[in-house]
Write a protein that binds this ligand. Structure first.
Ligand SMILES: NC(=O)c1ccc[n+]([C@@H]2O[C@H](COP(=O)([O-])OP(=O)(O)OC[C@H]3O[C@@H](n4cnc5c(N)ncnc54)[C@H](OP(=O)(O)O)[C@@H]3O)[C@@H](O)[C@H]2O)c1
Length: 249
């Protein structure tokens, strides 16, 4: 993969929490391609090993973002780092009358409290010039039925990021706000992508043709946003929306 960071990640240490799949894995690979050592964090050792094999710059580490002692132990072991990105999030949702509240609380523990935990554990170990980049979702701007609680959670992540940009300065803290990105998670909502990838791709193409960009986003395009947030030294306290125009429709 081409270096999209102008050499600014060369020999830097980057931690990607939620990095064994989708947006996190694309970001980890982009940072590694730019010369960083990348610690890739997820809950499943098997998924992590599969995702990182073949690239010595990708170092798998098992930890659950929703488990504060595990996250504190992870950063204590790692020592100094330069950039931290957090994409961990579950798939809970549903209309407020019928949604599984336990599942939503567990997702809150990962997305919101996970962000709190990661920022608290990482901040004292981030070198000068470093950053934290959180992950939200375009439902924070354009809500949809069945996504109300998740909208609240991810808006909370953005507000947390803005406030921490003040509190943790000069560490820069930002949030990337993806629209629909063609990740394994999104594909799984359109059918069995292993059995029939062409049919799933065709359904996704049809579903998002109405967007101004005319399609769902590519993983590389959202990884690019995370690398921008890591490497632009004047970018802090912001929510970076990368949604192909979804929030305009
Ligand atoms: N794809 C989209 O269109 C889209 C749009 C808006 C927002 N987002 C958000 O972007 C993030 C990434 O989405 P994605 O599509 O790339 O999802 P994905 O393919 O399901 O990847 C999620 C990653 O997070 C890890 N993870 C989940 N819970 C974790 C936890 N508690 N601790 C540590 N790691 C955890 C998963 O690995 P393990 O399960 O093995 O831990 C996996 O590596 C999510 O927060 C999602 O809500 C995605």
């Amino acid at each position: 993969m081409q270096d999209i960071s102008n050499g600014m990640l060369r020999d830097r240490r980057v931690v990607v929490v939620g990095g064994s799949s989708g947006i996190g894995l694309a970001t980890a690979r982009a940072a590694a391609a730019a010369g960083a050592e990348v610690i890739v964090v997820g809950r499943s050792a098997e998924r992590l090993n599969e995702a990182t094999q073949g690239d010595p710059r990708l170092r798998p580490q098992v930890a659950d973002a929703a488990d504060p002692p595990a996250i504190e132990a992870l950063f204590a072991t790692l020592g100094e780092v330069d950039h931290v990105a957090l994409m961990a999030g579950g798939r809970a949702g549903g209309r407020i009358a019928t949604a599984d509240l336990d599942a939503l609380r567990a997702d809150m523990d990962t997305r919101f409290w996970g962000a709190v935990t990661v920022c608290r554990a990482a901040a004292p170990r981030i070198r000068r010039g470093g950053s934290i980049t959180l992950c939200s979702g375009a439902v924070s701007i354009k809500p949809a039925p069945g996504r109300a609680v998740v909208s609240g959670m991810v808006k909370g992540v953005e507000a947390l990021g803005r406030a921490l940009a003040l509190e943790l300065a000069p560490i820069r803290v930002n949030t990337v706000v993806p629209g629909v990105i063609d990740s394994p998670r999104v594909r799984s909502a359109f059918g069995d992508a292993t059995a029939d990838p062409a049919a799933v791709a065709a359904r996704i193409a049809e579903a998002y043709a109405h967007l101004p960009a005319g399609r769902a986003g590519h993983l590389d395009e959202i990884a690019h946003a995370f690398l921008f947030a890591m490497t632009n030294g004047y970018f802090t306290g912001q929510s970076l929306v990368v949604d192909g125009g979804y929030t305009l429709t």
